[in-house]
Design a protein. Structure first.
Length: 316
């Protein structure tokens, strides 16, 4: 089916199925352009709560669809490609987290939203890349904190809070493609450009950055910054949204190899089939859903927006 016809059929089926299409900022450009909402994973799930849609099509990866299922139990959640996983989320299982908790009795578990529902269910509170510092600061002082799974995000939070934290040895392989020497070359080539990094980026890249922020935080920061050129240290999919929303500014990928193969699995064909067949469906079992909802709700009860609560960390 030709692209134009496929797009028209997707839009027709979306209306017929009473569906909402969510696309993470790392998705393919054609998926972002068709989506009703684009953004960070948790923010998208919460936006879906505010719609009257009966079907949520989550163009992202598996843990994101699980989170949408946790927050929207009355809606059918579809993930166009079930093989769209997350290497970081797969780096820790619920059993491994239970073992870690046994090794550190009395510690509190903060789990990044980039985790499975089963891991969330064994956690005390969740966080996003934009509110991780505020979440950690909300916990009682003197309590050790187990931060899973991303050690880079965890260490970034520890730098800001000084809290006693234990990190799981997890990381995002895509952000590991962003290397300090490559960024240094780009900075020499574009001396007026600001380096904006995601907290999942390696330590040496974050320390070079003018701004450190979540994907949505990057977008708002670039919009507000006086600079007109930016080096973006995260998955390259976000460049489409940045260029679309700010055509008067110039954006460079910190690493052209920073491409998530799982995020790119979803194409128009998979989206079309998901809407046509109403599958594959992702549904978290009710007992796990209720347990996983508690740490998410504790985070939400802090009143911290899922996007960018008080701006990115800035070294201006």
């Amino acid at each position: 089916m030709q692209t134009l016809n496929l797009t028209a059929e997707i839009l027709r089926l979306k209306k017929e199925r009473k569906a909402v299409i969510l696309a993470h900022n790392y998705q393919r450009p054609e998926i972002q352009d068709l989506a009703d909402f684009t953004g960070d994973s948790l923010g998208l799930s919460r936006q879906a709560q505010g719609t009257d849609a009966e079907v949520i099509v989550f163009c992202g990866v598996h843990f994101m669809a699980e989170t949408a299922s946790i927050l929207n139990p009355g809606k059918k959640v579809l993930l166009p490609d079930l093989l769209a996983g997350c290497s970081m989320a797969d780096m820790i299982s619920a059993d491994q987290l239970l073992d870690l908790k046994e090794q550190h009795p009395g510690a509190l578990v903060v789990s990044y939203v980039n985790t499975t529902a089963a891991v969330k269910a064994e956690s005390d509170i969740c966080c996003t890349s934009s509110n991780a510092r505020q979440v950690v600061e909300s916990l009682p002082k003197g309590r050790q904190i187990l931060f899973v799974p991303d050690k880079f995000l965890g260490r970034w939070v520890q730098e800001q809070t000084g809290r006693d934290m234990v990190f799981w040895d997890g990381w995002c392989p895509v952000h590991m493609e962003i290397r300090d020497h490559g960024v240094e070359i780009l900075e020499r080539e574009h001396p007026q450009a600001w380096l904006v990094a995601h907290p999942e980026a390696p330590l040496e890249v974050r320390r070079r950055a003018r701004l450190v922020a979540s994907t949505e935080g990057m977008i708002s920061a670039c919009r507000q910054a006086p600079a007109r050129e930016f080096i973006i240290a995260t998955e390259t999919g976000i460049l489409h949204k940045l260029r679309r929303e700010m055509p008067d500014r110039v954006f460079y990928a910190a690493a052209e190899l920073a491409v998530c193969p799982y995020m790119k699995r979803t194409g128009l064909e998979q989206l079309h089939l998901a809407l046509r067949d109403l599958k594959p469906e992702v549904k978290v079992p009710e007992a796990v859903r209720q347990a996983a909802l508690k740490p998410i709700q504790r985070m939400l009860d802090l009143g911290l927006p899922a996007g960018d609560p008080d701006g990115p960390a800035c070294r201006c």
